[in-house]
Ligand binder design. Structure first.
Ligand code: AKG
Ligand code: FE2
Length: 315
């Protein structure tokens, strides 16, 4: 049978903008600059499981193999040897256009399933991490995440190193467009040296883990005065197989307008690049600052893991 043409907008061989669902509404207004902004109550009414969730629960109860391979040694995740080169070879002009027009861009199938599974399997290796956050305890949502400790394991270090240079070019153009004087150096080490000199020394790349009923409230990942304006999240689990629900959501607030929401449909191994807190947006009266927040809708069933790459370190 002939393959159906993929209606999604292509961004070169790897970067692809997948179809997205957008909606308007009053979401998260008025928390400009709030670190992990909008919070709400964690008490929820009892949930009715969908038939698909019930079927998955029965299947996973009888399955003999775990969803993820376990027991990888620190730094032992298999890394595609060409990962750095592949990131450099992405269609950056196309990704920049998407970022500048919408505040997010999608890179399809950046990591292969084995690498995703190996990364998710790092979660129980607590010695790899500097701290673990219970989201409900902080009012951030429900679920948990851990910040990696330095030295970052592979392929996390390579991913962060390789994404930074092309993103710094975009970040500098955004700053120029917004009339901000700060410019970012071309190498991650130089940017991190600036963060460290200002007391932001703790690594921020993180691994997130969600179970049934978990969610991540809309927030901004700000950890101090020094902010790199773009970040990356990579979905490590398989939607529809490892979990249902749990969609990556972004909201954008423009001056004097209601917020716009976007659901980015990620598949396992896809990376979404997005604005941490602001992006330049073209308005009727010139360029202004749009404010962004991101989060994850409720995971209806199963388990979802994500790798987050944030480029400023934390104080
Ligand atoms: O789990 C997700 O998709 C969101 C992760 C996130 O908030 C982050 O990487 O900063
Ligand atoms: Fe985040």
């Amino acid at each position: 049978m002939a393959a159906r043409p993929d209606p999604r907008q292509q961004c070169g061989p790897v970067g692809v903008e997948r179809g997205e669902v957008t909606a308007s509404g009053k979401v998260g207004v008025g928390h400009g600059g709030t670190v992990r902004g909008k919070r709400h109550s964690n008490s929820k009414p009892p949930r009715r499981r969908s038939a698909a969730c019930r079927r998955r629960k029965r299947r996973s109860a009888s399955a003999s193999a775990p969803a993820y391979r376990d027991g990888l040694p620190p730094g032992g995740a298999p890394m595609p040897t060409d990962l750095s080169a592949r990131i450099g070879a992405l269609d950056w002009p196309c990704l920049e256009q998407q970022l500048t027009e919408r505040g997010h861009a999608l890179v399809q199938a950046l990591l292969d399933p084995d690498t995703c599974a190996a990364l998710a399997a790092l979660y129980p290796h607590t010695t790899l991490f500097r701290s673990r956050i219970d989201m409900a305890r902080h009012g951030f949502g429900q679920g948990e995440y851990q910040y990696f400790a330095y030295p970052l394991p592979e392929p996390v270090a390579t991913l962060r190193d390789a994404f930074y240079p092309p993103l710094s070019v975009i970040a500098n153009r955004w700053h120029a467009a917004l009339g901000l004087p700060l410019r970012y150096p071309a190498a991650l080490a130089d940017w991190l040296a600036r963060c460290h000199a200002a007391g932001q020394r703790r690594p921020t790349p993180l691994l997130l883990q969600y179970g049934e009923g978990d969610y991540n409230c809309l927030h901004q990942d700000l950890y101090g005065e020094h902010v790199f304006p773009l970040q990356v999240a990579i979905l490590l689990s398989r939607p529809g197989a490892d979990f249902d629900g749990g969609e990556f959501v972004l909201t954008e607030q423009r001056p004097r307008r209601q917020s716009r929401a976007a659901v980015v449909q990620l598949r396992q191994g896809d990376a979404v690049i997005f604005a941490v807190h602001h992006r330049p947006a073209q308005g009727g009266r010139g360029i202004h600052r749009a404010t962004l927040r991101h989060g994850v809708s409720e995971v209806r069933c199963g388990r979802r893991h994500t790798l987050g790459l944030i480029f400023h370190d934390a104080s």
